[in-house]
Design a protein around this ligand. Structure first.
Ligand code: LLP
Length: 385
């Protein structure tokens, strides 16, 4: 078993639980994305929702990625971290007026719009500022991403985007609204996608759609394929960087981009998940009748994915090399779902040991809450200690 390399001798002065980010791995991941997307002239916008830690955002913007935002708060965070407004896309089914105005004031790259009433409001607010808002229409392609039902987004039953059946009428409308410029189509079929063939299905749908649009004489500048590329939660050390090479190659092979068209994507998890671990200390080892529990100082408030999605995060005792035993690793919160893992094999564990919950850089720190009036988890970059 390979353990991650954690500078545990330097952890003593840091309050647990905290997120530890391996900057070297993040930078390697960013270089891989740039190289693989760059082969085909594709543009990547980092999905800020995965992790909006200000230090990480600065590293990601310095690497030259754009930002995919879903709230005014994320647009502000992206701007503050140095992402150029010309590389910011703004999605979400419920954009409010102040959020739209903020994005208009910054002259962001485009709005990914999801409903007719939203188009009307963006048109009105842009008109009031004497501006034209660039619009990509989010299309719900009815492609099954074969992932957890909470994070499948591209099916007809989901609330996201326009259905293919309505698209022609919606396009008429967006063209008629004079403060809007129709610049592209946006898709996102789900998250943690490990079966890349779903993306082939998406390409087929997009190609068909583009043929239809061509018949109508409509030429678009952008095709945005969303995010979703999955990572290896079971073996974070074997595959620390997601297979961006196959991912982008697939689109190059199967998606027929038209002349002058640019492909945009919005990876979140695959950018930041593997560089982050939640570091927690064992408060007590409690021997039950049939099992033993490692009760740690992190809880579902610090990393909600196991409780919310039944998600697996590999757990390692980074303080111990003793023979392995089996534990239920649980948090201190008064909820029976506050369990990180049942039947987890750990090197023999005692009070005060550090455990690392791996692959927690995405949808970890950002989804933390103060339930039970707990403190929010801190964060430390490998370059800071
Ligand atoms: N673009 C859009 C429109 C999205 O809705 C999402 C994620 C992304 C991009 C980024 O997807 P990614 O590359 O990260 O898969 N909290 C859940 C994940 C929710 C994902 C929501 N949308 C989790 O912890 O697994």
């Amino acid at each position: 078993m390979t353990k991650g390399t954690f500078p545990i001798d330097k952890f003593g002065s840091i309050n647990t639980p905290f997120y530890y980010y391996d900057v070297e791995l993040l930078e390697k991941t960013l270089n891989t994305i740039k190289a693989e997307a760059g082969k085909y002239g594709y543009e990547a916008h980092y999905a800020v929702k995965a992790n909006a830690n200000a230090s990480l955002l600065k590293i990601i913007s310095a690497a030259g990625l754009g930002a995919d935002c879903v709230s005014g708060g994320e647009v502000e965070a992206a701007i503050n971290a140095g992402f150029p407004a010309s590389k910011i896309v703004f999605a979400g089914v419920g954009k409010t007026d102040w959020e739209i105005n903020l994005a208009l004031d910054h002259d962001i790259f485009c709005f990914n719009a999801e409903s007719l009433p939203e188009l009307e409001v963006i048109n009105e607010l842009a008109g009031a500022k004497g501006k034209k808002a660039r619009i990509e229409l989010r299309v719900n392609p009815n492609v099954d991403a074969h992932t957890h039902h909470y994070i499948t987004t591209g099916l007809n039953e989901n609330k996201f985007g326009f259905s293919l059946d309505d698209l022609n009428d919606v396009i008429d409308k967006v063209i008629a609204l004079k403060n809007l410029e129709f610049v592209g189509l946006h898709f996102h079929i789900g998250s943690q996608i490990t079966d890349l063939s779903c993306y082939e299905d998406l390409c087929v749908k997009i190609n068909e759609l583009q043929d239809e649009l061509e018949k109508r004489g409509i030429q678009l500048k952008n095709i945005n394929i969303g995010g979703g590329l999955g990572i290896n939660y079971e073996h974070p050390n074997h595959m620390p960087i997601a297979d961006f090479e196959s991912y982008f190659r697939l689109f190059n092979k199967h998606l027929k981009l038209r002349a002058g068209q640019t492909l945009h994507c919005e990876p979140g998890r695959s950018v930041v998940a593997q560089c982050g671990s939640l570091i927690t200390k064992v408060t007590y080892v409690k021997k039950g009748k049939e099992k033993q529990f490692a009760i740690v100082d992190a809880g579902m408030t610090d990393l909600i994915r196991p409780a919310l999605y039944d998600a697996y995060h590999r757990i390692e005792n980074i303080s111990s090399d003793l023979a392995e035993q089996t534990y239920d690793v649980v948090g201190p919160i008064c909820e029976s779902s506050d369990v990180f893992q049942k039947g987890c094999s750990l090197n023999e564990t005692k009070r005060g040991d550090y455990l690392a919950l791996r692959s927690a850089g995405a949808y970890g720190e950002i989804m933390a809450s103060r339930y039970n009036l707990r403190k929010l988890p801190g964060s430390v970059l490998s370059t800071e200690i």
